[in-house]
Design a protein. Structure first.
Length: 132
């Protein structure tokens, strides 16, 4: 039986440069849990990169990339997940599934959660944002 985790909250000891990103990840994690997803891993690190959130939606393993943008001058959060970033996420997800064999036979999908600056912060959840 799988053991599921609680979302990590940003702490005061977080590097200020990363505080906004950690807060966005916590917001996204809570949002997904509010929709019934269960957290498997948060900030899982592999050789090719990091998976922000690995969650379970029913029987489907969800690799959720959280993107935060304070300003849209350089493009929005969703547009920042370009081909290079997608390839990196796919490679890291494959490594996760090789190491965490209990999830390897489950269907998988890649979601993007775009968190925008503001009070309250805007949140856009894009299921099946791209294919592997």
């Amino acid at each position: 039986m799988a053991r599921f985790s609680a979302c990590q909250k940003p702490t005061l000891s977080d590097d200020p440069r990363h505080a906004s990103g950690r807060a966005a990840e916590a917001l996204a994690c809570e949002h997904l849990q509010g929709h019934g997803l269960k957290l498997i891993e948060q900030n899982w690190r592999g050789q090719r990169g990091e998976l922000d959130l690995v969650m379970l939606d029913g029987d489907t393993v969800v690799f959720a990339e959280v993107r935060y943008r304070k300003h849209s001058a350089w493009g929005g959060a969703v547009e920042s997940v370009d081909r290079r970033k997608r390839d990196k996420l796919i490679a890291t997800a494959m490594q996760f599934l090789q190491q965490e064999k209990r999830w390897a036979k489950h269907p998988c999908r890649f979601d993007v959660i775009a968190v925008g600056h503001g009070r309250p912060a805007s949140l856009e959840w894009i299921r099946n944002a791209f294919d592997s």
